[in-house]
Design a protein around this ligand. Structure first.
Ligand code: TMP
Length: 213
């Protein structure tokens, strides 16, 4: 099993239930002797966490929103993600750039060409664009996600959006998954938590990233 850095992102609409599985995967990698860096976007550094607060709670136009999530990403890549990958860590990142294409691109309808340009500026390296090695997409019908979120905490600017917004977000994820199918592990998040975990674990075993136990 490889000891080089491994970059894994987790995606899905709000309410899809990523969190417990990210923790489960962190425990599974640690049990196999890997160092794990657990982080999230927007956020993951003191500066990026400040930007997260603004993005989630302050009114702004779509370009400002896109610039802020990419600014947070730049700092996060420089301060946390790249150093962790260079050490050989498994980096588990709760959301990454696919969320920008899904939420700002799909949900807000913001210009995808501008997003692609920002992606180049922020993630471009001599070796090519920095992208996750694997992206786990928790797929869930927005109507089911809305039911789950109804009983949750006070909603932020995204969680407060109607089902139609999340249908567009899902469309944004689908478009990204289509052009980069190899990178995506697609999970049916409507199942029980245990069934989703089994599916996720099996996918990682099949890809040779975790050993069966
Ligand atoms: P979280 O609640 O899963 O931590 O995600 C925070 C919210 O930010 C979520 O509603 C999705 C949104 N978001 C964007 O709109 N664009 C982005 O680039 C990222 C990373 C998250």
């Amino acid at each position: 099993m490889t000891k080089t850095g491994l970059f894994i992102s987790f995606e899905g609409i709000d309410g899809a239930g990523k969190s417990t599985h990210i923790e489960g995967l962190a425990a599974a990698f640690k049990a196999q002797g890997r160092q794990v860096t657990l982080t999230r976007e927007p956020g993951g550094t003191p500066l990026a966490e400040k930007l997260r607060e603004l993005v989630l709670h302050d009114a702004m136009d779509p370009l400002t929103e896109a610039l802020l999530v990419f600014a947070a990403r730049r700092d996060h890549l420089n301060q946390v993600i790249e150093p962790a990958l260079a050490r050989g860590d498994v980096v588990l990142c709760d959301r990454f750039t696919d969320a920008t294409f899904a939420y700002q691109g799909g949900g807000r309808g913001f210009d995808l060409d501008v997003l692609r340009q920002l992606e180049q500026w922020v993630q471009g390296r001599a070796e090519g664009l920095r992208q996750p090695d694997v992206t786990v997409w928790f797929e869930l019908d927005p109507a089911i996600a809305a039911e789950r979120l109804a009983s949750a905490r006070v909603p932020d600017r995204f969680e407060a959006q109607p089902v139609a917004f999340f249908q567009q977000v899902s469309g944004g994820y689908a478009a990204r998954a289509e052009v980069d199918a190899q990178r995506f592990v697609r999970l049916n998040a409507a199942q029980t938590r245990e069934a989703v975990w089994q599916q996720l674990h099996q996918q990682f075993v099949q890809r040779g990233l975790l050993s069966a136990q």
